[in-house]
Design a protein around this ligand. Sequence first.
Ligand code: BG6
Ligand code: MG
Length: 223
Amino acid sequence: MQKFQSIKGFLFDLDGVITDTSIYHEMAWHQLADQLNIPWQAAFAEQLKGISREASLAVILDSTGKHVDYSEADKVAMATAKNDNYLKLLQQLTPDSIAPGIEAFLVELKQAGYAIGLASASKNAPIVLERLGLSDYFEARLDPATLKNGKPAPEIFERCAALLGLQPTECIGVEDAQSGIEAINAAGAISVGIGSKKVLTKAQICFEQTQDLTLANIRNAFH
Ligand code: BG6
Ligand code: MG
């Protein structure tokens, strides 16, 4: 692991880190699965975190074990229906929905001079940040529509670091998804997981709760 002193920037995942919208993604997919008569599986909750809308739909359709050849138009309609469900749920978001300790951590990072980037797979990220009132903290946001390979590929973290003018090895990535932790590790950044260590087994550093995200705790966790 590189030294804490070499870190110059932080690359944040959004859903499940900055706010608990991973629950809304899950609810919106669950609604779609019910409409399609596809049985919901408990394992989807973790599997769908971090991966794109299209990849998530593929996981759900593949789970039936029936290899139905849906047309592209059908799949677009399904993904759009899920997103419509999700956008309705997002109407509940307010600045009170910011995960505990996150805004204080962003302030701490700014004051200490760290660069801050957003490495979210969500095309809805601008809406979410706007509703939370956090848009101004992020000096770089990678547009997920431009990605060739989503998480767990390293591209999103590599390119987000580059937008900040940094090498991935000069950055810490913060993630709640296994796919995201793998992407951070593959990029050569330091991975900080938010959630259970039993789930985020590949995280180099892991905190159970967002309020544990402080520079002091991260510095102490370096070895
Ligand atoms: C990620 C979520 O942040 O964004 C995934 O963890 C989601 O669950 C992905 O599928 C894409 O989001 P969107 O808003 O573009 O459908
Ligand atoms: Mg996430």
